[in-house]
Write a protein that binds this ligand. Sequence first.
Ligand code: ADP
Length: 234
Amino acid sequence: MIAVQNVSKHFENKQALSEVNLDIATGEFISIVGPSGCGKSTLLRIIADLVSTNGVVTKPDKGAFVFQDSALLPWRTVQRNVELLMELEKTPDKKTKAEQALAQVGLTGFENHYPHELSGGMKMRLSLARSLVLEPEYLLLDEPLSAVDELTREVLQEEIYEIWLKHKFTSILVTHNVAEAVYLSRRVVVMSPRPGKITDIVDIPFKKRTPKLRSTAEFSAVCNDISGKLRAWK
Ligand code: ADP
């Protein structure tokens, strides 16, 4: 479980977050949506311990963070980018583990390519593989798909869902894309403009995710409900 208690954040004289409280069950996938600048990334970074807070965050030991710009090292090949964190942790069998992670994200055959030779979607797959090798108990995803085209985005959502289904790591996704949040999550957290507060937590009723779900009336209704909550501040 991840527990966020009384988390607020000031940057100099600007208040980014106000009294955020949130419990995320072990193995749950939740998303956070809200207006730009409301503190979504700051909250994720606080959970990751990359930003300080006076509040309390309780979480499992092993986590991984997938950044928006994929944060790859351009001078290392695909294989060696995946091995990087294992090198730092002196993990045994890193070559085999890297190959398995690359297979899971569909990058077998690209081991010796460099990041500049990959498309946006492939870079994101690589970034995901780099997290998977750590066998994380929780995964934090900060707008990971914002740089890819719409069709690739949907394919990647389906792949992320399948990977999550297999590993069931507790996952928190920050996104501005409501349909993406609804497709992937069991609950969607809606935040107010800065200083960000949680204003709604919407339960997503769907049992299974398949691409067909996106074209159902039920899916549109849930997306419209959340979009309506976001539009309330405009
Ligand atoms: P979101 O992810 O919802 O778009 P952010 O968490 O990135 O919002 O930012 C929330 C607010 O905090 C914004 O006004 C942003 O400018 C400010 N902010 C974020 N990081 C810093 C920082 N390191 N220093 C100063 N202000 C920051």
